[in-house]
Design a protein around this ligand. Structure first.
Ligand SMILES: N[C@@H](CCC(=O)N[C@@H](CS)C(=O)NCC(=O)O)C(=O)O
Length: 220
């Protein structure tokens, strides 16, 4: 999810400066990682296509911390957790680690693009900029989104999937991706049919780092 918004007031105490869009999946992922590590952070509203965006492929967020500039959310989240939280969000057991890494990859490579292009961005642009909703485009995306939700639900029902290691970086990535979808009308209906996924979203939504990084558009 991504849309331009207003910059927070500059925070002289922030250790992490996040250049990103305000209603953004990946900006929130980095914000959650900061909250988990107890790092003060500020988000500087930066449109993806602006000359201020220093990502070589025009993506956000770009992060300044510890005297370095970091790009790519997996590298950023792992750096924050490794350098500032002793790796608390990454299981040491290789099998558990592989499960976590698999779900981060599934979130980034398949779920995010499917949800973002099919439902999340059309609804954000409709709500923020009053762009008309194209029902054909939405209807075209729904079967694949439904299949993806069915897969996630079945994996959770089978053996708990990524949740068996407690709260990890898999949760940090999956929550904004799935919550963004849940905030669209069709996504809300689809997720409501998935008991395990709905329960995980509800419990995870109460975690302090998640509550502290709520999007403005989220109902309280
Ligand atoms: N691989 C990047 C992907 C980040 C990404 O897709 N960010 C979205 C915002 S949530 C973006 O930059 N969208 C603008 C665009 O694709 O033009 C990462 O993990 O940081």
């Amino acid at each position: 999810m991504s849309a331009s918004g207003h910059s927070d007031n500059p925070n002289p105490h922030a250790r992490v400066r996040i250049f990103g869009t305000v209603i953004s999946t990946y900006t929130r992922i980095v914000q959650i990682a900061c909250e988990e590590a107890g790092l003060a952070h500020e988000t500087i509203a930066t449109p993806a296509q602006s000359p201020q965006n220093r990502h070589p492929f025009g993506k956000l967020p770009v992060v300044e911390m510890d005297g370095r500039e970091l790009i790519e959310s997996v590298a950023i989240a792992q750096y924050i957790d490794n350098a500032h939280a002793a790796g608390a969000l990454q299981p040491h057991d290789p099998s558990a680690r592989a499960v976590m890494d698999t779900w981060i990859a599934l979130a980034n490579n398949y779920l995010f693009p499917l949800f973002e292009n099919g439902l999340v961005m059309p609804w954000i642009m409709h709500r923020v900029a009053q762009w008309p909703i194209d029902p054909d485009k939405i209807n075209q995306a729904l079967p694949n989104i439904s299949r993806a939700l069915g897969f996630v639900e079945a994996e959770l029902a089978k053996d708990g999937a990524w949740t068996t290691s407690g709260f990890t970086l898999a949760d940090v990535f999956l929550y904004p991706v799935l919550r963004g979808l849940q905030l669209t009308p069709q996504g809300e209906v689809g997720i409501a049919q998935c008991d395990h996924l709905s329960a995980w979203l509800a419990v995870t939504g109460n975690r302090a780092s998640i509550a502290a990084t709520r999007w403005e558009i989220e109902p309280r």
